[in-house]
Design a protein around this ligand. Structure first.
Ligand SMILES: [Ca+2]
Ligand SMILES: [Ca+2]
Ligand SMILES: [Ca+2]
Ligand SMILES: [Ca+2]
Length: 143
């Protein structure tokens, strides 16, 4: 009986050490996620960022960004080259979707090309990606 107990103690110790090791490993992994400003839910709820502040300086208060679901640390949450404020109050595009009308062209590109980022096709002005590629290929073959 005593012999058995002698074996059980180190066995338990090893199991505990292993689980601590796994825990530390995953904690480290999570820390990596923390360093990414795009990790919205964790950083967004950090009390360091006050509701009445505009931490990223995009014109939207942290409070507003929390309501919208945009990132309080990124000026352009969906990376379509239109800042969060302009998407909400200017172009009326979705600040969380880089391609609001889902035609394959990012909102920023559409605005730059004077297309409508809210409609796939508007009075023949808005091209879908396929047509645009064809047009560009034609241009290139002419050149
Ligand atoms: Ca902001
Ligand atoms: Ca923002
Ligand atoms: Ca944007
Ligand atoms: Ca689009």
């Amino acid at each position: 009986m005593k012999k058995k107990i002698k074996w059980i103690i180190p066995a338990i110790a090893i199991v505990i050490l292993m689980s601590v090791g796994v825990f530390v490993f995953f904690q480290k992994k999570e820390e990596k996620v923390y360093t990414d400003p795009r990790d919205i839910p964790i950083i967004q709820n950090n009390p360091v960022y006050h509701d009445e502040d505009d931490t990223d300086g995009d014109g939207l208060l942290n409070k507003e960004e929390k309501e919208l679901g945009t990132n309080i640390l990124l000026v352009d949450t969906d990376e379509d080259n239109i800042d969060d404020f302009s998407e909400v109050y200017g172009s009326k595009t979705d600040p969380l979707n880089s391609d609001t009308d889902k035609d394959g062209l990012k909102d920023g590109i559409e605005l730059f090309m004077e297309l409508n980022p809210l409609e796939k096709k508007t009075d023949g002005k808005t091209l879908i990606k396929k047509e645009l590629l064809q047009k560009n290929t034609q241009k290139r073959s002419v050149l």
